[in-house]
Design a protein around this ligand. Structure first.
Ligand code: GLP
Length: 261
C-alpha cells in the first residue's frame, strides 16, 4: 500500500485526481470505478476542472459505479444512478452510455449482480477504482463481516451506515435498508485502487485498514491484498497511523517516474 498524507481535504482530492488523470491520459478508454459519498467529491471537482481547462478528455472513458440502493426509484435524487449522473458523468464530460450503475430495481437481483461483474470483465476490468471508506471500515457497501471473496451482490446496510447516510434524505426512515455493492473480491480485481478519506471520524477506520490485521471486521483491510492500492488521507484521517513518518519519507523519496503530481 502507498499511503499519502496531505494537509487539507482539498489537497487529498487534487492528489487523487492527478493519479486518475494520469491513468486516463495514458489510456483514453480507461475504465473507471466510480464511488459516491462525500469523500470523492473533491476528486470529481478537480477532474472536472481539468476537463473544463481542456487538460483532460474523459469522453471515451467508461465507468462502473461501486454500489446502489435497493428500493428507491431510479430518478430519486439520492439514487446512486442520479448522484453519478449529476456529480460525475455530467461534470466530467463522460458519455452516459458508457457508464453503468448496478440495477437496484431489478426483478432478478442475482442475475443483475452476476451480469454486473460480467460486464466489468467484458470491459477489460477496472483500470482505477475510486473508493471512500465508512467509519466502520466499509468500502462500497461491504459492511463488516463481508467476505474478502465476495462478488457484486445484495447487502443489508448496517444501522450505523443508514444513520450516516440519513443526511442525504428528508426523513431518516427513507434511507433504504438494502443495497447492491461490488464485492470485496470484485474490488480487488481492479488494476489500481485509490481510496480517499478526510476528517477525524475516519481515523480509526484508516488505521485499521492500513495497519490492522486482515479482517472481515474491517472490510477496507482487504486492500492490503491489492498490489497497487494508493491511500490518500488528510492530517485528521491520518492521526492514528503509527508508521506516519515512514509514509512521509517514502512519498518524499518516490522515484520521479512513479510520480503523478
Ligand atoms: C457510503 C458509500 C461508500 C462511501 C462510504 C463513506 O455510504 N457507499 O462508497 O465510501 O459510505 O461515505 P462518505 O464518503 O460520505 O463519508
Amino acid at each position: 500500500m502507498e499511503v499519502i498524507v496531505k494537509p487539507t481535504p482539498a489537497e487529498v482530492g487534487r492528489t487523487a485526481s492527478a493519479l486518475i488523470a494520469r491513468v486516463s491520459r495514458e489510456k483514453p478508454e480507461a475504465v473507471l470505478g466510480l464511488a459516491t459519498g462525500s469523500s470523492p467529491l473533491g476528486i470529481y471537482e478537480s477532474l472536472a476542472a481539468l476537463v473544463d481547462a481542456g487538460d483532460l478528455d474523459l469522453s471515451r472513458a467508461s465507468g462502473f459505479a461501486l454500489d446502489e440502493y435497493v428500493g428507491i426509484p431510479l430518478d430519486h435524487p439520492e439514487s446512486y444512478a442520479s448522484v453519478i449522473a449529476r456529480d460525475v458523468v455530467g461534470p466530467l464530460g463522460m458519455d452516459p452510455s458508457r457508464v453503468r450503475v448496478p440495477d437496484g430495481r431489478a426483478s432478478d437481483i442475482e442475475a443483475a449482480t452476476r451480469d454486473y461483474d460480467e460486464a466489468i470483465r467484458s470491459a477489460g476490468g477496472i483500470d482505477v477504482q475510486i473508493l471512500g471508506i465508512g467509519a466502520n471500515g466499509h468500502i462500497g457497501f461491504n459492511e463488516p463481516s463481508s467476505s474478502f471473496a465476495s462478488r457484486t451482490r445484495i447487502k443489508t446496510l448496517a444501522p450505523s451506515t443508514r444513520e450516516a447516510n440519513a443526511r442525504f434524505f428528508d426523513d431518516p426512515a427513507d434511507v433504504p435498508t438494502h443495497c447492491l455493492t461490488q464485492g470485496l473480491g470484485t474490488i480487488l480485481e481492479a488494476k489500481r485502487v485509490v481510496l480517499v478519506a478526510q476528517g477525524a471520524a475516519k481515523a480509526d477506520a484508516v488505521a485499521a485498514m492500513v495497519e490492522g490485521p486482515l479482517s472481515a471486521m474491517c472490510p477496507g483491510s482487504a486492500l492490503q491484498l491489492h498490489e497497487h492500492a494508493t491511500i490518500v488521507v488528510d492530517e485528521a484521517a491520518a492521526a492514528r497511523l503509527t508508521l506516519r513518518d515512514y509514509y512521509d519519507y517514502t512519498y518524499a523519496n518516490k522515484p520521479t517516474w512513479q510520480r503523478f503530481e
